[in-house]
Design a protein around this ligand. Structure first.
Ligand code: PGA
Length: 263
């Protein structure tokens, strides 16, 4: 039995909610969790708004001492300079972002981000003290051609090669075919890949790092299926897209120990 890992429920808002909507949403989410006597020591909850919302969300969380973390959805591999439109990890750090999502399949697909760039961005996040949430996952074609874990493991390996054993990072396994499709992986499929990813971390960075690193499942997670994922020994939380935009639904996902009955 390894170390206890605090589960992380992460809401990836994608390109939804402006800064005013974000304030209202985060307030409602905090009330909902408070009403349910949610403890962030038991399950950490984080929101990932668009860049333009971050300052408002940061201010609200700090002023009201909300038990929520916030993160960004991407960052630049560079720290500063002539990179129009990019956002430095230093800026995220200055806004107290605890996390940053890196290599989401939508960035890989629409912005042609490859494994080498994902690795560079991961190192950039660590350089600025922001914990990277590194996304990996196979397409339906990859699954048919290479089986369930070959592609996500290969993607992660490129990132791990750039890290040291003391790096604090999170991995999110998100099968591309499950994202936004309503067709989630089965808990057993998620466990199989998450366990292969953990074995890859152990191989590259050692057992201690593998034991303490959280691995999330993402792809059509809802309050009705979260329990099945959280019952798996190598799944330490979820990266939630669509369902993270509904306060009641996201709050119910964060309260998964009630559905699981363990933890
Ligand atoms: P989904 O998205 O929950 O809407 O499937 C997950 C993600 O893209 O992170």
């Amino acid at each position: 039995m390894g170390v206890a890992r605090t589960p992380l429920i992460a809401g990836n808002w994608k390109m939804n909610l402006d800064h005013l909507q974000a304030i209202a949403f985060v307030q409602k989410l905090a009330w909902s969790l408070r009403d349910a006597k949610h403890s962030s020591n038991e399950v950490e909850v984080a929101v990932f708004p668009p860049f333009t919302d971050l300052r408002s969300v940061q201010t609200l969380i700090a002023a009201d001492k909300l038990e929520l973390a916030h993160g960004a959805q991407d960052l630049s591999a560079h720290d500063s300079g002539a990179y129009t439109g990019e956002i430095s990890g230093a800026f995220l750090s200055a806004l107290s972002c605890r996390y940053v999502i890196i290599g989401h399949s939508e960035r890989r697909q629409y912005h042609h981000e490859d494994d080498a760039l994902v690795a560079k961005k991961t190192v950039a996040a660590l350089r600025h003290g922001v914990t990277p949430v590194v996304c990996v996952g196979e397409s339906a074609e990859d699954l048919a051609e290479h089986g369930p874990s070959a592609v996500p493991v290969a993607q992660l390996r490129v990132v791990l090669d750039e890290l040291t054993t003391d790096a604090e990072f999170v991995v999110a396994y998100e099968p591309v075919w499950a994202i936004g499709s309503g067709q989630a992986a089965t808990p057993e499929q998620a466990q199989q890949v998450c366990s292969a990813l953990r074995a890859t971390i152990a191989e590259t960075l050692g057992d201690d790092t593998a034991d303490r690193t959280r691995i999330l499942y993402g792809g059509s997670v809802k309050s009705g299926n979260i329990a099945g994922f959280m019952n798996q020994s190598d799944v330490d939380g979820a990266l939630v897209g669509g369902a993270s935009l509904d306060v009641d639904e996201f709050s119910a996902i964060a309260r998964f120990p009630k559905h699981v009955g363990t933890v």
